[in-house]
Design a protein around this ligand. Structure first.
Ligand code: DAH
Length: 330
């Protein structure tokens, strides 16, 4: 009995304590055996022995409870110590992402035209011949189709070569006045320093009643836009040809690298070509059933803008997903 009492006092973990509890109070334990012995006693002896055992029982219960609570408390403290977190430690550094420079440039352009009340329209990447070419005054076998190499599918379907088909789709579903832009991916089978098979354009179109929209409006809106994008640059309009506009122009800005003095980027001309535009050809209005309308349109390559703004020499690097390039745009 003394030995058991001592073991319980010395016990230093809950598992052993439970084992000792069974040794004391279990069916085959100390008290079961002691109480069984009472049968052999009689009278006062039996009463005295029983009272002694009951007092012992109380002592054991008290001791076991005491040991149990203090061991549990200690165990909890050990767990807290083991799992403690040092909140003052530095964490692993997490690297934040950023918008791809092409998307950031696209957003910047969209923001400008939305502030001028242009709507943002959308169209499918897989187009048919009618919307991509025919309705834009590019009939089959017209030599100007060679300006844009094309990925063809079966059944007159193709990957759109420019965002201009969205002009056609918008005019077929809405009536003038129209003020729209359409940003999106376009596709042509080219691959070199300045061409990738997929790139992005933004198309703009403004249409109103005949006589309301003029080339002068187009000129002023694009001049303002290009100064918003590139700062204090000179802007010049060069006569050009697009089947869907007449007259047409290509627009240059004074070279932002040499300020017009001539350098490698502008090929010593002092000018950088940045977009195409013109007043909408009457044949385009005919194709969508617009009568007595006037309008202007423009189209630009977003990658070209991004490359100029961020001085990126090789277009292909925009699509290689190299983090060393992308991390510079945080
Ligand atoms: N669609 C032409 C291209 O991809 C760009 C363009 C030029 C669009 C003149 C226009 C425009 O709307 O008027 O080369």
């Amino acid at each position: 009995m003394e030995a058991l009492f001592k073991s319980i006092q010395k016990c230093d973990n809950i598992k052993d304590l439970e084992r000792l509890r069974v040794e004391v109070f279990g069916k085959k334990g100390y008290f079961a055996a002691e109480f069984a012995k009472l049968k052999e006693l009689e009278g006062d002896k039996k009463i005295a022995e029983a009272a002694k055992l009951n007092a012992e029982k109380e002592k054991f219960t008290e001791l076991l409870n005491f040991q149990k609570t203090s061991l549990e408390k200690q165990e909890n403290e050990n767990i807290l110590k083991k799992d403690a977190v040092d909140v003052s430690l530095y964490g692993n550094s997490m690297s934040a992402g950023a918008l791809h420079p092409v998307m950031a440039t696209m957003d910047k352009i969209i923001e400008y035209f939305v502030s001028l009340n242009f709507s943002v329209e959308d169209g499918p990447l897989v187009e048919d011949d009618f919307h991509n070419f025919e309705a834009l005054n590019l009939p089959k076998f017209h030599p100007a189709r060679d300006m844009q190499d094309t990925f063809y599918f079966k059944d007159n379907m193709l990957l759109r070569t420019h965002t201009s088909p969205v002009q056609v789709r918008t005019m077929l579903t809405k009536n003038p006045p129209i003020r729209m832009i359409c940003p999106g991916a376009v596709f042509r089978p080219d691959f070199d320093l300045t061409h990738t098979p997929m790139f992005h354009q933004i198309e703009g179109l403004v249409v109103d009643k005949k006589g309301v929209v003029s080339f002068a409006n187009l000129k002023s809106i694009l001049e303002e836009f290009l100064r918003y994008m590139f700062g204090d640059v000179k802007v010049r309009f060069r006569p050009s040809f697009f089947p869907f506009t007449e007259p047409s122009a290509e627009v240059d800005i004074s070279c932002i690298f040499c300020h017009g003095k001539g350098c490698r980027v502008c090929k010593n001309t002092g000018w950088l070509e940045v977009l195409g535009c013109g007043t909408v050809d009457q044949n385009v209005f005919n194709a969508v059933g617009y009568k007595n309308s006037s309008g202007y349109a423009f189209g630009l390559g977003i990658e070209r803008f991004a490359m100029l703004l961020h001085r990126i020499p090789d277009l292909r690097s925009l699509f290689e997903g190299d983090l060393r390039l992308l991390e510079q745009f945080k």
